[in-house]
Structure formats: structure tokens, C-alpha cells
Ligand binder design. Structure first.
Ligand code: HEM
Length: 480
């Protein structure tokens, strides 16, 4: 019989060996991190306090708050994770275009994806998916989708009409449906009624509920274990609703005969690309989520900005009326959309102040020199798009104000604007999003004047996986 002492000794030796190996493998990380400027880091106790005492949705914004204005990079230790945080535009652009900083840290992206889809995939697997899925976003396909945006926006605007002269209402209830309907039709070849549905709720709450996982993932628990222990809170229920939707979408596509066009669903189900069931489910769900939250919140933000800044709204309306007075063809085209230059500057200014991707993260696949700073493999780089977009160094002393005119001038620091990120991992749907938002706004503003009782300085934002307004997106309408 083996004595308890022998077993204990064995356990201690195994643990010690593991620790020595762990610290030895990370010795470069510790050495290089020591030389980086910034915060000394949180102690073990402070890390526990960080994860347990602040609201889940504040994790990211609190981490971003560590940025020191005078230092281009700030480092913060949270448990055994070394975060390198920056809002410096030159460093951010270098990161976008450096092959060693192509990958995303699974620590953060595991929060909202099961790791089979573009937003969280890395390396060659990411490149393979991206090459195939890009076929759904070519100029030719985007041109074809304009009719869908036109049809779906007009349909939602008819519903919005019930709010005319009836006080303030929540824009997301309608614009969110527009986003889901147009994405459903164009990329999933699927139509259903999203209004006031459980499904709409699931998409609406997805990002926020994902944060429930954050403390568990930071201390190293896996998704499978979290599912098994039922620790995901409401997130599990939301995932089941979305999975059921994807099952319906796939079933309906299999029953359709015409598979000629390169829509996302057709590409994912094409046997020649050999996607697994998990990849199909995760890609379809993640792309729907990536398009839903971002486009609908940005449209809602823009309409609130116009409701607050009436002079800007007047200029947008004048532009729309002028362009339409010279327009002969009834359908939208890419060339036609280009004519709305002031509207485009309004969209850009709203995305500058309120970027829907407020932060982006990368994980170096090797030690890498970024503008003279050696960033160690194993660190997590947190890029604050929100911080860069509001930095007076790039945008002047009025950086905090809503002034679309700045985008009509030649921007000295145009590289400090990256609402869709940049480099090879730039948002795959950025042209889709711009077209979809423009068409909705044009159709909307041809019909209504918008007003908003919230003052610009009163808007409170939550910077989490996505950016949202704490008190929602409320406006009132008057017919033009
Ligand atoms: C206003 C609208 C949108 C904004 C502000 C936005 C922003 C972003 C940002 C910041 C990223 C992160 C890129 C990175 O980590 O470097 C991203 C990625 C992504 N977006 Fe968007 N997005 C928008 C609309 C859309 C739409 C409409 C779709 C789909 C039709 C979409 C699909 C994706 C996908 C799949 C990724 C992952 C790309 C990859 O890693 O290769 N997004 N987006």
C-alpha cells in the first residue's frame, strides 16, 4: 500500500514542476513586461476585488481607464494576464498591419463566441473562413442588396409611423428589427416576424449577457464546463433561442432550390467548403449578432444626434431634397449613395464619438516590436478605439463635441478614425453596414423630422463588448 505521505509528496512535486514549467515558459513575458511603461498592475487581492466588486458590464471600461495619457502604452496585470492598453493612433495602425498581431486573445473572444467563427478564429483557420465569406460581400452582391435595404427600411418606417406626434419612443425596438430583417433576407435567405419576439430579445441581450462569463473565463474555466455547471446565467437561454433560429434558417435553406448566389448561408452550406456543423452554426449566429447590434445602435445613435442637433438635421434634409431633385432613376445604386456626402459625415461623426466596437483586442503570436516597444508573446493588447476617437491630440479641443463638418475637411490624423477597425481583420461587413445605414436614414428623413429631449452632455454610455446608451435611444417624430 502507498502511504498518504508518498501521495502527498507526489502531489507537491507535480504541482511544483507545473509551476516551475509555467513560470519558465512565461519568463520572456515577465521580463519584457517589466520594461513597458504604465501601471504596475493589480495585486492578486486587487484582481479578485476587480472581478468581484465591479459590475460585469464595466470590466472593459475599467480596464481601459488605466490608460495613462502621457504613455502610449499602459500595462496592467490582472491575475496572470498581462494587458497592454493603448489609444495611440500610430501604435494602433502598426498593430493592424503587423502579421504577428493578427490573432485575437481567446481569453476575451471566448466570451461571445464558441471559437468557430470569424470574430474569434485565428491564424490559417481565420484566413480560410474569411476568404470564403468575403464572397458574400463583393461590390456586385452589395449592389444587389440595396433593394433589400430599401424594401425593409420602408416596411419598418410604416410601423414607426404609429409614433408620429405621440411623444418619445424607443428606436431600437424598430431599427433592431430592420437590422435583423435585412440581414435575414440578404444573407440567410430567411424571413420571419421579429417584432416583440423572444428571438429579438435574445439578439438584443446577447452582448450584455455574454459578460456573465467574463469572471469565469478570466480564471480559466472553459465554455463546456460553464455550460455543464449552468453558470452562464441568462446567456444559456439566449443561446438556445439563437440556435433554434439557426436550425430553422438552415432547414429552410435546404428546402430551397435556388442556391446560385453567394449569400452567407449558401456559402456556409456549400459541401465543397467542408464546413462542420459547429462552424456553420457559429458563423451564422456570430455574423448575425455582429451586424445586428452594431448597425441598429449606430442608426439609433445618429437619429438621436439629429434630434439633438437640429441645425445638422436641417442640413441633412436639404442635401437629401437636393439630391432627389436631380435623381431620375427610382432605385438605389452605389453611385447614387455616394452623393450624400453630408449624411456620410454625420454617420462618421456619430461613429467617432460612439464607436460600436469601442475596443479591439489582439494577442501577439511572437514577441513583436511595435514602434520601438517590444510587446511579449502572451500579452493581451487592448486597443481603445473609443479613447483614440476622443483624443484631443487628433481631434482638437472640440473632440468631445458633435461636429460632422470635421469630416468634410482634410483630416490631419485620418488614421485616428477606425470605427470598423483596420488591416486584414477590418470588419467584413463595413460596406454592407454603410449602405444599410444610409438607405434607412434617407428613407426615414424623407418622411420625418426627429426630436430628442435628452441633452448631448446627459448621454451616458456603457463601454463593454459593444457600446450602448444607458438610457436607451429615445426620440419623438413629426411628419415633414
Ligand atoms: C456600424 C456597423 C458596424 C460596426 C461599427 C462594426 C465594427 C466592427 C469592428 C470594430 C470589428 C472588429 C475588427 C477587429 O477586431 O479588428 C468588426 C468585426 C466584424 N464585423 Fe463588423 N461592424 C459593423 C457592422 C457589421 C455588419 C453589418 C456585419 C455583417 C454583415 C459585420 C460583421 C463582422 C464580422 C464577421 C467581424 C469579424 C471579422 C474578422 O475578424 O475577420 N459587422 N466589426
Amino acid at each position: 500500500m502507498i502511504g498518504i505521505e508518498v501521495l502527498l509528496l507526489f502531489g507537491v512535486v507535480t504541482l511544483l514542476t507545473y509551476c516551475i514549467k509555467y513560470f519558465w515558459n512565461r519568463r520572456r513575458l515577465y521580463e519584457l513586461a517589466r520594461n513597458l511603461p504604465g501601471h504596475d498592475g493589480l495585486s492578486f487581492i486587487d484582481s479578485i476585488k476587480f472581478l468581484t466588486q465591479i459590475s460585469k458590464k464595466d470590466y472593459i471600461s475599467k480596464l481601459l481607464n488605466f490608460i495613462k495619457d502621457e504613455a502610449p502604452l499602459t500595462k496592467v496585470w490582472l491575475f496572470n494576464h498581462c494587458f497592454i492598453i493603448t489609444k495611440d493612433a500610430r501604435i494602433i495602425n502598426k498593430i493592424f498591419y503587423t502579421p504577428e498581431t493578427y490573432n485575437k486573445p481567446s481569453l476575451l473572444y471566448r466570451i461571445f463566441s464558441k471559437n468557430h467563427a470569424l470574430p474569434s478564429l485565428n491564424g490559417n483557420e481565420h484566413k480560410r473562413h474569411r476568404k470564403i465569406i468575403n464572397k458574400a460581400f463583393t461590390t456586385k452582391i452589395l449592389q444587389q442588396l440595396l433593394n433589400t435595404f430599401d424594401e425593409k427600411s420602408k416596411k419598418i418606417i410604416l410601423k414607426i409611423d404609429e409614433n408620429v406626434d405621440s411623444g418619445e419612443f424607443e428606436l431600437m425596438d424598430y431599427v433592431g428589427v430592420y437590422s435583423l430583417e435585412s440581414f435575414g433576407k440578404s444573407n440567410l435567405s430567411y424571413e420571419t416576424d421579429y417584432f416583440h419576439s423572444e428571438l429579438f430579445d435574445a439578439f438584443y441581450k446577447y452582448m450584455e449577457s455574454s459578460m456573465d462569463f467574463m469572471p469565469y473565463l478570466v480564471v480559466g474555466l472553459s465554455h463546456k464546463l460553464l455550460d455543464f455547471l449552468n453558470l452562464g446565467g441568462e446567456h444559456g437561454k439566449i443561446m438556445r433561442s439563437i440556435q433554434k433560429y439557426m436550425d430553422d434558417v438552415i432547414k429552410s435553406n435546404k428546402a430551397q432550390d435556388d442556391k446560385s448566389e453567394n449569400s452567407l448561408i449558401n456559402l456556409m452550406l456549400d459541401p465543397k467548403f467542408e464546413f462542420t456543423k459547429e462552424e456553420i452554426d457559429d458563423e451564422l449566429a456570430m455574423t448575425t449578432i455582429a451586424s445586428f447590434d452594431t448597425t441598429s445602435r449606430t442608426i439609433s445613435t445618429i437619429l438621436m444626434m439629429l434630434g439633438i442637433h437640429h441645425n445638422v438635421q436641417q442640413k441633412v434634409m436639404t442635401e437629401i431634397d437636393e439630391v432627389y431633385s436631380t435623381q431620375t432613376q427610382p432605385d438605389f445604386s452605389l453611385d447614387f449613395l455616394q452623393k450624400f456626402t453630408y449624411l456620410e459625415s454625420v454617420i462618421k461623426e456619430s461613429m467617432r464619438l460612439f464607436p460600436e466596437g469601442p475596443f479591439i483586442a489582439r494577442e501577439p503570436s511572437d514577441d513583436v516590436d511595435i514602434n520601438g516597444y517590444l510587446i511579449p508573446k502572451g500579452a493581451v493588447i487592448l486597443i481603445s478605439i473609443f479613447g483614440m476617437h476622443r483624443d484631443e491630440k487628433y481631434w482638437g479641443s472640440d473632440a468631445h463635441l458633435f461636429k460632422p463638418e470635421r469630416f468634410l475637411e482634410d483630416l490631419k490624423f485620418s488614421f485616428a478614425f477606425a470605427p470598423f477597425s483596420g488591416g486584414k481583420r477590418i470588419c467584413i461587413g463595413y460596406r454592407y453596414a454603410m449602405n444599410s445605414m444610409k438607405i434607412f436614414l434617407i428613407n426615414f428623413l424623407r418622411n420625418y423630422k426627429v426630436d430628442c429631449s435628452t441633452k448631448f452632455e446627459e448621454i451616458e454610455t456603457e463601454v463593454s463588448l459593444a457600446l450602448s446608451f444607458v438610457n436607451g435611444y429615445k426620440v419623438s417624430l413629426e411628419r415633414r
